[in-house]
Design a protein around this ligand. Sequence first.
Ligand code: MLT
Length: 242
Amino acid sequence: MNLYYYHVADDVLETDSDIAVVIDVLRASTTISWALKNGADSIQFFSDLDLLKETAERWDANKKLMLGERGGKKINGFDLGNSPLSVTKEKVQGKRLFMSTTNGTKSLKKVQNVKYLFAMALPNRKAVAERIMSLNKKNVLILGSGWEGSYSLEDSLAAGALASYIKYNFNNEVNISNDELQASLALWNTWKNDILGCLKTATHGKRLTSLGDYDDDLKCCSELDCLDIVPTQFERGVIRAS
Ligand code: MLT
C-alpha cells in the first residue's frame, strides 16, 4: 500500500488513488465525526455559501441545520458554527447538516470523485486506519486542509498519526511514498505524547484561542482514538457514518 500526504487541496493536481482521507483537525473533520457519532443523518459539504443556502432551502425545516464558519467565526444566519462541542445529540439527531468551512470543505470537494472518501480527525484515527487496511487498496491519498493555502501543523500531525498506525498494524507492505508524509511521521513522533500542546502551538490553535474561549474545543480535537465512526462519502458531496 502506498501512502501519500498533501498539505492542502491546491497541492493535489490529479489523483489515481482509490482512497482519499481528508483531515481538518481544527476543526471540520472533528466536528463531522462528532456530529455523526451524535446521530446526525448526514453532512452535505459546500464551498459555495449561496449554493449551500439554495440547497438547504429545499429541505424540511425540522430536518436540517446550516453549520459553518469563516475565519473561525460562525456564519451569520447559520444555526451552528464549527465547534465539535456544539453538535450535540439534542441538536443534530436525524438531521442533515449543510456545512461549509474555510478550508476543510474545500479539501473534501477537491477529492470527491475518488471511489472511497473518508473524513478523519484524531478521535477517529484508529477507526479510519482500520477501514483503510480492510480495503487493502494500492494508493491512499491523505489530504490536509491547512489554512487558506498554507501548511498547518495539526493536520500534518494527524497524517503522521494515521501513517504510523497503518505502518505498524498492517500485515502487508506499506510505503511512505512522499517526503511530506515522512515529515509528518517525524512530527507525530515528536508530539505524540503532547497532542494538545501541538494544537496549542499551531497557528490555527492560536487563532482560535485569540477569538475567545476555545480551550474545550482544542481538548476535544486533541483526543485520540475515542470514536468508532468512519465518515464516508455515500453520494457525491454527502457524508454519512459507516
Ligand atoms: C476550516 O475549515 O478551516 C476549519 O475547520 C476552521 C475552524 O476551526 O472552524
